[in-house]
Write a protein that binds this ligand. Sequence first.
Ligand SMILES: [Zn+2]
Length: 102
Amino acid sequence: MRILFVVGYICIHLKILATEITCPHCRKRVQELHQVRPILVRDLPTFGQPVYLKVPRQQFYCRQCQKYVTQQLDFLSWRRRYTQRYESYIYQRVLMSNITLF
Ligand SMILES: [Zn+2]
């Protein structure tokens, strides 16, 4: 993990340790890494600064299914650009606010 302090926000570079995944189609273990595409996702703020995580999304190739499979991460919902705990944080802030929607 590497932490980068930039004016206006903090960026934390993550490293994924898993070297294999379970194919969701055939349930076999897959180790053939096809590509790694880093994405930026919003996380809980710290030190009064917004925080972004640079997450390397790993895509594997399943020879049995002949399909590319993107690794799912526990803290990140599919196609979301923010962590699940950031989503809960925003939800709680909205609940505690005095804003009423009509
Ligand atoms: Zn498969």
